[in-house]
Design a binder for this molecule. Structure first.
Ligand SMILES: *Cc1c(COP(=O)(O)O)cnc(C)c1O
Length: 378
């Protein structure tokens, strides 16, 4: 089979070969349980976990003690929102989030609403952006936590999380950010940002699937949502996924090393792809802010075309209509709809996300392929 060129890095990234290499010994010789304190097998595993925790903390400018390993961003988000609520019931039951969040946040909020929480879901403007003012106006005396993503997975739009966090703290409200798409792509400093909880996932930045972290500021009260051996300072029980944790640590180290160079290389390729498409297809437009955006993502609306047919016809490319995370449904993107797009325009939109292994030759071939397919379908 001839594989299509991969333009779906926001759905998942390949494991970097260097990351894979770093993990292998922990499936073999160093198979120990990181919680086994009585012998060298456990010590080897614990040492590797400590190192990975430091590597991840360094990328995020966080204290290693603030990092709790989980199975991925979905679990981190569930733990962060539900765990904060359970530990702080007396402080309030009102949560603020935005309509363009990942389903991991929106579905968790819905679950909490069924249990008696009050949820305010803010709508962004047509660029996909919300403002700190908008958030501030939604705060009430009962507001416990605000959850706003750092970067959107479908459009790449970056929210003003610094300003939103400042507003939250001014009112004594906790702030969680789903930084799954931001980690490894743009610089983040947990230490100098008004963020109390931050969620991330290894497989979005060249680490393995099934491992992530919730970064929790020291003073934040959080009740574990999974009970057992009180691993991860009591925040998340369960035997640690040592090879996965080694992998996410190594992936963080690689991102840390090359973040600036990689972001500028990838954004140049993304801009080339976008410019090539827009120049040759007058009906094509970009969804979402182009100013406040990840370097690797473009979401393009091919007005007048059926997105499903377009997706099938683009057989030389692996791209998505932005709903990989809600793969069971064929509904139009909730993100694009929240930005005011009609069902038709949302259906006609595709997400292109580039990454570490994208080449200029692939971008040039992609432009030619997209232009010829769209012209044929019109
Ligand atoms: C991928 C993603 C998630 C979920 O990550 P999992 O690894 O599937 O748990 C959450 N939020 C955003 C923004 C994502 O892109």
């Amino acid at each position: 089979m001839n594989y299509p060129a991969y333009f779906d890095y926001n759905a998942t990234t390949p494991v970097d070969p260097v990351v894979l290499e770093s993990m292998l010994p922990y499936f073999g010789l160093h198979f120990g349980n990181a919680a086994s304190r009585t012998h060298v097998f456990g010590a080897k595993a614990e040492e590797a976990v400590d190192k990975a925790r430091k590597q991840l903390a360094r990328l995020l400018d966080a204290d290693p003690k603030e990092v709790a390993f989980t199975s991925g961003a979905t679990e981190s988000i569930n733990l962060g929102l539900k765990g904060v609520w359970e530990a702080n019931r007396q402080r309030g039951n009102h949560f603020i989030t935005i309509a363009t969040e990942h389903k991991a946040v929106l579905d968790t909020c819905e679950h909490m609403a069924r249990q008696g929480a009050e949820i305010t879901c803010l709508r962004p403007d047509s660029d996909g952006l919300i403002t700190a003012d908008q958030v501030e106006r939604a705060i009430k005396p009962t507001t416990l936590l605000i959850s706003v993503m750092a970067a959107n997975n479908e459009t790449g739009v970056l929210q003003p999380i610094q300003a939103i966090g400042e507003v939250a703290h001014k009112h004594g409200v906790l702030f969680h950010t789903d930084a799954t798409q931001a980690v490894g792509k743009i610089p983040l400093s947990f230490a100098s940002s008004p963020i109390d909880l931050l969620s991330l996932s290894g497989h979005k930045f060249y680490g393995p699937k099934g491992v992530g972290a919730l970064v929790v500021r020291k003073s934040t009260m959080l009740t574990a949502q999974q009970d057992g051996g009180r691993h991860e300072r009591g925040r998340r029980s369960g035997t640690l996924n040592v090879p996965g944790i080694v992998g996410i640590g190594e992936a963080a180290r690689l991102c840390q090393l090359q973040l600036t160079n990689e972001a500028s290389r990838i954004s140049a390729l993304r801009d080339q792809l976008e410019a090539g498409i827009l120049a040759q297809l007058p009906n094509a437009t970009v969804n979402g802010s182009r100013q406040f955006r990840l370097p690797n993502t473009t979401n393009i609306c091919f007005a007048g075309l059926d997105g499903e047919l377009l997706l099938l016809s683009l057989n030389e490319l692996a791209v998505s209509n932005g709903s990989a995370c809600t793969s069971a449904s064929t509904d139009p993107s909730h993100v694009l709809k929240a930005m005011g797009l009609s069902d038709d325009l949302a259906y006609s939109s595709l997400r292109f996300s580039l990454g570490r292994f994208t080449t200029e030759a692939e971008v040039e071939a992609a432009i030619r392929h997209i232009v010829s397919v769209v012209n044929r379908l019109h």
